[in-house]
Ligand binder design. Structure first.
Ligand code: HEM
Length: 447
């Protein structure tokens, strides 16, 4: 559920306000406007640089958040502050919101997806499961002064053909540009009050995804600093785009649809390039439970309890969220709008076994199966005693369940910021401690 939420709750109710405003509008950049920069461009470039260390022969490197290491950011191939900016969004906004489910590497991939999809680009097939590197990767990100042969070899090492290299560079460089401060040999000071970061952009629509990177290149009007830059040694886009006689760029210029579908495929492959041994999930898709056209249908929730009884509650609509430029949307409901915490209070002995829903008058119960729900183990909030740096944690275990083991998960980070989950076993109580007629408490002291 968490991965679906991180992937699909992009705009609107219950979404992360920092991430939403970072792309709204798409020329937003950290604290300031008119810098010529954008968070969207930073996020996409960061994902590429993190991936570009991949070696498809020995399986090392790839999208594994190794770009967070100072050692990588200090390399000439990773010049700029965009990587650090992007990691701040990862570590402050994404990872903590979805603990312990999203790695930093998955978060980096997600930021690129959010940027592409919310700024005019195609839907990107997103998989989860990336693992964070413990040490920096070997260098290997291509640089503008490298020659064409070395670029072809570098992309081959990363797992992309020459045609795919042309595509991936064009897809990436539909966003952003080159900054004077980090590349003074490529870009001069611009003296433009609307571009205080002195960024020479790759195309005229540098905060949105479109095929202008190709149409402007083919028509000869491009101002791309890596095509018509004053220093021909660093005109890497010119060498790359022209390396097949412009066939690929011409096809992109002819058809925005071909450009978009090629980029959807190449971006997804870029994000799925991971070190050998990392097993990615299937593509995460919204679960099409109900085909509802009403954006806020009336929903009644039916509860089946352990005694064969049923209850019903009319849920209260609280808002909509959406993603992928409005392609997918979700409606949010609360159990109990009159309670400050939106809690639903159930009879402990009756409990709850499964849920069904009546949506705009139609029963949805998975052909009679219902949606099973577990109430065998509950965090006993009202009896826990939490003090300063110590306390007693109680877990209420439903009588008759007889578990072989009850444990808590403790979430910490290791010395290189990776999330670590440790299991802390709770010993069975020597004498049963009744919480009420249906539950007993298992307790552990924390200090
Ligand atoms: C031979 C390959 C490539 C070279 C030599 C190259 C070079 C560069 C350079 C010099 C910059 C300017 C960075 C700055 O001023 O901060 C840049 C920006 C950028 N690159 Fe590339 N790049 C390559 C491939 C790619 C690929 C494959 C992607 C993504 C798929 C990508 C995405 C970006 C983006 C989004 C920016 C804009 C960053 C911003 O405006 O903050 N690049 N690239």
């Amino acid at each position: 559920m968490h991965s679906e939420s991180a992937r699909f709750d992009q705009q609107g109710f219950n979404t992360n306000p920092i991430l939403t405003s970072a792309l709204n509008p798409c020329d937003s950049f950290l604290g300031g406007g008119n810098t010529g920069r954008s968070n969207a461009a930073d996020w996409i470039r960061t994902a590429y640089h993190d991936m570009a260390t991949h070696n498809s022969t020995d399986g090392t490197g790839g999208l594994d958040a190794s770009i967070r290491f100072g050692v990588e950011q200090a390399r000439p191939e990773d010049v700029g502050d965009g990587f650090n900016n992007t990691m701040e969004f990862v570590t402050l906004s994404l990872v903590p919101d979805y603990l312990p489910y999203l790695s930093m590497a998955d978060s980096l991939a997600l930021l690129a997806v959010l940027a592409i999809e919310n700024c005019g680009g195609p839907e990107i097939a997103f998989r989860g499961g990336r693992i964070d590197a413990g040490v920096p990767n070997a260098p290997g990100v291509p640089q503008p002064q490298d020659d064409l042969d070395s670029h072809i070899a570098s992309f081959a090492r990363q797992g992309f053909t020459q045609t795919e290299m042309i595509g991936l560079v064009a897809c990436g460089h539909t966003f952003g540009g080159v900054q004077h401060s980090f590349f003074p040999d490529i870009v001069n000071v611009l003296n433009d009050p609307n571009d205080t970061g002195d960024v020479a952009h790759f195309d005229t629509t540098f905060v949105t995804f479109d095929n202008n990177i190709a149409t402007e290149y083919i028509s000869g009007t491009t101002q791309n600093p890596l095509v018509v830059g004053f220093n021909d040694t660093t005109n890497s886009d010119k060498r790359i785009f022209g390396s097949d006689g412009n066939t690929t760029m011409q096809s992109f210029a002819n058809s925005p649809a071909i450009f978009a579908s090629t980029c959807a495929d190449l971006f997804a492959r870029m994000l799925d390039t991971v070190p050998t041994g990392v097993q990615l999930t299937d593509v995460i898709s919204p679960i099409p439970l109900w085909n509802v056209t009403d954006p806020s249908p009336t929903i009644t929730m039916l509860l089946e309890d352990h005694t064969g009884g049923t209850g019903n509650i009319t849920l209260e609509f609280v808002g909509n969220s959406s993603s992928t430029g409005g392609k997918y949307s979700a409606a949010w409901y609360t159990f109990n709008a009159t309670d400050r915490l939106n809690n639903l209070y159930l009879d402990a002995a009756a409990g709850v076994k499964s849920l069904s829903f009546v949506i705009d008058g139609k029963l949805e119960n998975q052909n009679g199966l219902g949606f099973p729900i577990q109430d065998a183990f509950l965090f006993s909030k009202t009896s826990c005693q939490v003090g300063f740096l110590s306390g007693r944690i109680d877990v209420a275990v439903r009588n008759g369940v007889n578990p072989t083991r009850v444990f808590l998960q403790e979430i910490t980070t290791d010395s290189v910021e990776r999330t670590v989950v440790t299991e802390v076993d709770i010993s069975p109580p020597s004498v049963p401690v009744a919480a009420n007629s249906a539950y007993s408490l298992w307790s552990t002291m924390m200090n």
